[in-house]
Design a protein around this ligand. Structure first.
Ligand SMILES: Nc1ncnc2c1ncn2[C@@H]1O[C@H](COP(=O)(O)OP(=O)(O)O)[C@@H](O)[C@H]1O
Ligand SMILES: [Mg+2]
Length: 369
């Protein structure tokens, strides 16, 4: 049995998720998991970068990289301590880092994650693999999403076509055809929680809409929903990926124009936007899906899950724990798995998903000695 650790902080920038994973021949098991909240000063800096309104200095940028690296290493050390393991027993850490800017379109595509891997390798004493997305971008891909390969490894079923829907700040879907000669499909569908989080923070000073209660108290504004759905991103065919540098408060402001809607109705509309964009995305792939597996923090949003159930009346929708995997740590587990792929020199991007010219080995290796 070999142990790997996966470290992930998603677009919500809510916490560093750390997963200790064991691999036994082909079986992947979660041993332990913890969440380390991002301190508010780091969240504020990240929000500032995202808005683009208050550029940060190179000094702040460099300090943020190190501060995030320290936070990631503390999350890993805490996990190892709780598991009663010795660092020497961990083969490697796979660290996604914190996305600062994701810009796969345009003349000069790039994606940027911070959380200095040298700091993590030094402070944990464990080989650390990071910068997983850049090689896919170099190969002409979007650098995202990367989790579909992991979803394939753990969820592909020979009998049923399955869809995995990850409800993070941004939503991404993976479609796993039962027929092994058919390619895996995967792409970002747009915002899941990101806009709802921004809106409730502004109006109720809450970080997120617990169980979607506030959204549930409002009514969907049809004209606003239609206007949002007309955004180019939703019309674009895959491969595609996005982030909070696009779906953010400015995007929402543009949609709202000068209208003075009731804030709770806007929240209800944003929730419905998430539902509708996921429904359309799955339908346009034309793969007959029977089972939808939900993961990510949005799987705890009762109103969102109800909305999705209504949108897919003929499919079974269940959280990933029903398939033996905690919905809160699938992404962290995926980066443990990606670290293992790197050590084995296994290409881990799926060109049909990211749009890369070919499959490439992902991630750079950092060692203390
Ligand atoms: N109980 C809950 N009710 C509603 N939303 C929730 C709940 N728990 C988590 N969330 C949502 O999930 C988000 C975090 O999900 P996560 O999968 O960590 O996203 P990311 O990968 O973008 O960090 C929170 O910002 C919040 O919007
Ligand atoms: Mg998160």
């Amino acid at each position: 049995m070999t142990f790997f650790i996966g470290l992930m902080s998603g677009t919500s920038a809510d916490s560093v998720d750390a997963a200790l994973v064991s691999f036994n021949t082909q079986k992947i098991s979660l041993q332990l998991y913890n969440e380390t909240p991002l301190p508010s000063h780091l969240q504020e800096t990240l929000a500032r970068i995202r808005s683009g309104d208050f550029p940060i200095t190179f000094q702040e940028f460099g300090e943020l990289d190190i501060q995030l690296g320290i936070l990631f290493s503390e999350a890993a050390n805490q996990l190892i301590h709780s598991a009663g393991l010795n660092p020497a027993e961990i083969a490697a850490i796979g660290s996604h880092g914190q996305t600062i800017f994701h810009h796969p379109q345009g003349n000069v595509p790039f994606t940027l994650q911070l959380g200095d891997p040298s700091t993590i390798a030094y402070r944990t004493g464990i080989m650390t693999i990071a910068d997983f997305r850049s090689m896919d971008i170099a190969a002409g891909g979007q650098g995202a999403p990367l989790t579909p390969a992991f979803h394939e490894a753990v969820f592909r079923d020979k009998k049923n076509n399955r869809a995995i829907v990850n409800l993070g700040g941004i939503a991404n879907i993976t479609l796993l055809p039962a027929a092994t000669d058919q390619p895996v499909i995967g792409f970002d569908t747009g915002p899941a929680n990101a806009l709802m989080d921004e809106w409730i923070l502004k109006h109720l000073q809450e970080p997120y809409d617990k169980h979607g209660e506030w959204a549930k108290s409002g009514r969907v504004i049809k004209s606003l929903l239609e206007k949002m759905l007309a955004d180019d991103f939703f019309q674009q065919p895959p491969p595609k990926s996005t982030g909070r540098e696009y779906f953010n408060y400015k995007w929402l402001d543009r949609m709202l124009e000068e209208n003075t809607y009731s804030p709770k109705d806007v929240q209800a509309t944003l929730l419905q936007l998430t539902v509708e964009t996921i429904r359309q995305a799955i339908e346009t792939t034309r793969l007959e899906i029977r089972e939808i597996i939900l993961c990510g923090g949005g799987a705890h949003n009762y109103a969102l899950v109800q909305g999705l159930k209504k949108a897919f009346p003929d499919k079974t929708l269940r959280p990933s724990d029903d398939y033996g995997i905690n919905p809160d740590c699938i992404e962290a587990m995926a980066f443990a798995w990606l670290a293992k792929c790197r050590l084995e020199n296994q290409p881990a991007n799926i060109p049909s998903v990211t749009g890369a010219e070919k499959a490439v080995v992902l991630g750079a290796i950092y060692k203390k000695s």
